[in-house]
Design a protein around this ligand. Structure first.
Ligand code: SAM
Length: 1010
């Protein structure tokens, strides 16, 4: 059997081991606490990888498998050994679940930790021995640059390529300036930025007047809250579309709302600002929304205003903006006042100033007059009357940006004259980023977050969802607006430049172009390619990047004409699935989708073919991937195999916290998978999907899952992590066929691996096996065990369904789950309860499957429900749930046990039966939240506690110990001792409200993209 060529090449660290769980912890820490790595704060780029995962992918790809673990962990920046990091995270999760306050068990974040010369030298020596020289690493789809940044920090010669010019601009400022021009560029940019700001304030200050408020005095405004308005269909008066009148809604604090006061006779409205509560001056609750569920409500007539009317008005240029609250930062904290005449006059003055300047600015090409593309996955800017990019700003906002552009262009010559061309241009580049940052936070698509009391940027979401209210910054205010953007971008740059790195770190060699054609790179010239490609239709990079492109091309086009010469971002070779590009009058939606998918897959295959060309024969291709859809996996594997690679490992890294796992409500964990591929030996031939190959796939998949479980990975990641080794068996050949010569798909091998891992997990849960237990019940068991939640994504259900040989629709038909959009919910015993027991003949029909045949389709679904007095039960899960319902009906306790015993006796259920083995396994698999006496999950699924209570008295089996233990004090002390260098914060871990939708949030974005 061929081995894909691996015999000649030594195993890499990433092919044999990886502290994946600890890397995951560091990734989550990078994201979770508002202390993101500086490169991410510098400029928006979408789907940036955590630095910890990027460093792991690079380092583990170039080191040999026998590299010492402790040195690797130090090079990863871990504050302690893997075991302590995992234990620390477990403590945090346990404390979070119990609401306890504990001292942060973790040490400094990995990406900040110093890299020592000694450890780096060991890594360089080991890598050089393996590759014959310091390995050359390339990321051909570098985006915001996490991978090349980490590669060069480690001291490896690094190349980065990227298709999108906005990303290239980000890369240049992240991977070149910090290494060539150093951190001092930040102070120089601050200096010139403050001159820029002075000139801006001199011209714009009068449009943001200090208003003497009777209550707060002369407090400078921080922000202005506007409603979008349309003419009322009956009265034609402009009426606001406000999904939520809250202005402040602090957790545990007093909420503040704007109350509209309507003068119907005059056809006007204004606002008063009121606290919510009891007592004089307060209002009992927020005023009724004037925009909800896709419709407006006229303040003047109360009539409903249809979404179509709203869009038609917007497209006819009749949508307006109405200022209804002004945010102030007072010594007592943030508050709001209603707008005063001076505010309104200033707005009007800004409008007329823009009107005066606009034609000249347009002629000088200072503001973006480009049209929003007609072909786009997101039609909303056009539907809501924003056909040009400049329309994404209110007149006063646009006036500010025009002034900023004009002043920056004037300042450029002065900067270059004083700082020289090289530094001067870099400073202008950073100032252009400041403008981009301000645009992102100061557009009519930037909203006010009433809970966090901050502004949400346009790209809070990865789209152009329309906003019915928006927040305008006061850009002239000291410490806010432009000053904030300046400080933010310059500090981010400075921190990137000061990140610890090897003495031999160098500027990354950068190129712009498609990864399908790296013509500047010779054949077999690279040692490692580490890449994080686009994931199907997750992010439409070029569509989003156009928002910045239109400004950057005006600020940077002179310096980088090759990047900024087109109208908007080029997208012909962009490797994304974008159905809109394939939708035309003759093509059906389905055909467009298929064509878009084929285009994406074709480009990805070309990217991998090109990677194969530039990689040396012993080289490694490491791919980071996030998509959970099995189809996406299959497509990726197929592209790799077609391009001549053998897959050798997959490592799931949990990169976003599984916040809700402890609640058993939703499974919110997100993993990045690091997939390792090596160049396949030439003429690897045809493999046969015979019993031997299938047995081998099963064996390696189980072994991988076992190893990953030992590494502390959760069960779903054990499953995903088994795919790589399974694929190694499959992809060692050029093609795999059945003995009759038919081609075998990658999916078939994945199914076998999934089945093997599922079987292995079931064996761990049910010592005596689950023979006789139907696949439906095995599915429910795997859901609780693997996903740990009642609600999860459709794709995860599909993956587990495959493992037990059922598809999701048959599980839905079996009455076990409810499917809504891409979410699947497991039904509880109570959800499945029928009002009355089946009659004898119905029971017979159910057992022999004749109900549907007799045409009583409606009854079939009812029949699939259960009742504790049913004469028969179809499955062991039904019987188990009926026992729990009988227990609950009798009120639990001794009476409940009695009722359950009677039912068990009636149906002959006893220890050792499949029903009882299933109950035992379910109890073992149950997540913490189900074992409690209280909490939403425990209340929804009381059957778990019922089974726990009945196991001993009914079947003589000792149930699992469910007594809840607080954080392990000994471990806490140990962690505190190891990690307290920075364990100064006390982490308060109250109930997790991550999943709660805020009222205002849900309404803004109802109009989904096509
Ligand atoms: C997932 S992102 C990379 C993110 C990056 N790892 C980071 O952490 O910032 C994928 C990138 O691939 C780029 N891309 C898409 N098609 C490409 C092509 N044909 N050639 C090169 N890059 C491409 C996109 O513009 C995007 O920046």
């Amino acid at each position: 059997m061929p081995d894909g060529g691996k015999a000649e090449r030594p195993r890499l660290l990433i092919e044999d081991w990886l502290p994946a769980a600890a890397i995951g912890v560091e990734c989550i820490r990078e994201r979770s606490t508002g202390q993101q790595p500086p490169d991410k704060r510098f400029h928006v780029w979408w789907a940036r990888r955590p630095l910890a995962a990027s460093r792991a992918a690079v380092l583990a790809s170039v080191l040999p498998a026998d590299f010492p673990r402790d040195v690797f962990e130090r090079l990863m920046g871990f504050w302690g050994p893997t075991s302590l990091i995992i234990a620390g995270e477990a403590l945090l999760i346990a404390a979070k679940a119990s609401g306890a306050k504990i001292v942060n068990p973790h040490g400094p974040r990995a990406f900040r930790a110093p890299l020592t010369d000694k450890d780096l030298s060991r890594a360089h020596a080991a890598a050089a021995r393996l590759w014959g020289h310091l390995p050359i690493v390339m990321d051909p789809m570098a985006g915001g640059g996490s991978i090349p940044l980490e590669s060069t920090r480690l001291g490896f010669p690094t190349l980065a390529n990227e298709y999108n010019p906005v990303a290239c601009s980000v890369l240049e400022a992240t991977l070149d300036y910090p290494f060539r021009l150093g951190p001092t560029l930040a102070d120089q940019s601050r200096k010139w930025g403050s001159i820029w700001r002075q000139r801006f304030v001199a011209r714009m200050g009068r449009f943001f007047p200090l208003v003497n408020d009777s209550m707060y005095g002369e407090v400078p405004p921080l922000c202005y809250i506007f409603a979008r308005t349309v003419p009322c269909p009956t009265t034609a008066h402009m009426t606001p579309l406000v999904p939520d009148w809250h202005l402040l809604k602090p957790k545990g604090g007093i909420a503040l709302v704007a109350v509209p006061i309507v003068d119907r006779a005059a056809g006007t409205w204004k606002t008063e600002i009121r606290p919510v509560g009891v007592g004089p001056g307060n209002v009992p609750s927020a005023p009724a929304r004037s925009y909800t569920k896709g419709k407006g409500i006229s303040l003047f007539t109360g009539e409903s205003i249809s979404g179509d009317w709203i869009k038609a008005q917007a497209q006819a240029g009749k949508m307006g903006n109405a200022l209804y609250a002004v945010g102030l930062k007072t010594p007592q904290g943030l508050t709001f006042r209603p707008p005063q005449q001076a505010d309104l006059d200033a707005l009007a003055a800004a409008d007329s100033q823009l009107l005066q300047l606009r034609a000249d600015w347009e002629a000088k090409n200072l503001i973006p007059t480009e049209l929003y593309p007609e072909i786009s996955s997101d039609h909303r800017p056009r539907s809501y009357g924003m056909p040009k990019w400049a329309d994404m700003f209110s007149p006063r906002q646009l006036l500010g940006f025009g002034v900023l552009m004009q002043e920056l262009q004037g300042l450029k010559a002065e900067i270059i004259a004083e700082e020289g061309e090289e530094r001067g241009e870099a400073i202008v580049h950073l100032l252009a980023f400041v403008l981009d940052k301000l645009a992102n936070w100061n557009s009519i698509l930037s909203t006010w977050n009433v809970n966090a009391q901050t502004v949400r940027s346009v790209f809070d979401r990865h789209d152009f969802s329309f906003k019915f209210t928006f927040s305008e910054m006061a850009p002239v205010v000291a410490g806010g607006g432009l000053a904030w953007a300046l400080d933010n971008a310059c500090s981010a740059y400075e921190e990137v430049a000061k990140l610890s790195r090897s003495k031999i770190s160098q500027v990354v060699d950068m190129s712009q172009g498609s990864a399908t054609s790296l013509i500047h790179i010779g054949d077999n010239s690279l040692d490692a390619i580490v890449v994080d490609p686009p994931y199907s239709d997750n992010v439409q990079y070029s569509e989003l990047a156009d928002f910045f492109y239109v400004w950057l091309k005006r600020n940077q086009g002179h310096r980088r004409p090759e990047w900024f010469s087109s109208l908007l971002c080029e997208n012909d070779d962009e490797a994304v699935k974008n159905d809109a590009r394939f939708r035309n009058t003759t093509t059906s939606g389905k055909a467009a989708k298929a064509a878009a998918q084929a285009h994406y897959q074709d480009l990805m295959t070309k990217v991998f073919l090109e990677a194969r060309r530039v990689l040396r024969a012993e080289g490694v291709l490491t791919v980071m991937f996030t998509h959970k859809k099995q189809e996406a996996w299959e497509a990726l594997f197929e592209s790799l195999i077609e391009a001549g690679f053998t897959i050798t490992a997959t490592w799931p890294i949990v990169t976003e916290g599984a916040h809700s796992l402890h609640q058993a409500k939703k499974n919110a964990a997100q993993s990045t998978v690091i997939l390792v591929a090596r160049v396949r030996a030439p003429r690897a031939g045809t493999g046969y999907f015979d019993a031997a190959m299938q047995a081998r796939i099963r064996a390696v998949a189980e072994a991988a899952a076992d190893r990953l479980s030992g590494e502390g990975l959760n069960p779903v990641d054990q499953l995903v992590g088994s795919f790589g080794p399974a694929m190694e068996v499959f992809s060692a050949f050029d093609s795999v066929r059945t003995d009759t010569g038919d081609a075998v798909s990658v999916g078939a091998a994945i199914d076998i691996a999934a089945d093997a891992v599922a079987g292995w997990r079931i064996r761990k849960l049910a010592a005596g096996g689950l023979q006789g237990v139907e696949p439906e019940a095995q599915f429910a068991l795997l859901c609780w065990d693997t996903l740990g939640a009642a609600e999860f994504r459709f794709n995860e259900a599909k993956l587990l369904g495959h493992a037990v040989g059922m598809d999701v629709s048959s599980l839905e038909l079996a009455g076990l789950i409810a499917v809504k959009a891409d979410k699947v919910n497991i039904l509880s015993a109570a959800d499945r309860r029928r009002d009355a027991p089946l009659r004898e003949e119905e029971a017979q029909q159910l057992l022999f499957g004749t109900i549907q045949a007799t045409g009583k389709k409606a009854k079939k679904s009812d029949a699939l429900k259960i009742h504790p007095r049913d004469p028969v039960f179809r499955t062991h899960l039904d019987r188990a749930q009926a026992l729990a319902l009988a227990y609950a009906d009798a009120g639990g306790g001794a009476a409940g046990i009695g009722a359950a015993r009677a039912l068990a006796n009636r149906h002959g259920v006893k220890a050792g039966d499949p029903t009882v083995r299933l109950i035992e396994a379910l109890l073992k698999a149950s997540p913490l939240a189900l074992r409690r006496d209280k909490g939403a999950a425990a209340l929804k699924f009381p059957e778990f506690r019922a089974w726990h209570a009945m196991l001993q008295p009914l079947f003589g089996i000792t149930p699992p110990d469910w007594t809840e233990k607080g954080p392990d004090q000994g471990m806490l002390a140990l962690l505190a001792a190891k990690g307290t260098a920075v364990a100064e914060e006390e982490i308060e871990l109250a109930a997790d409200d991550e999943e709660e939708e805020e009222e205002g949030d849900t309404e803004q974005d109802e109009d989904d993209a096509e």
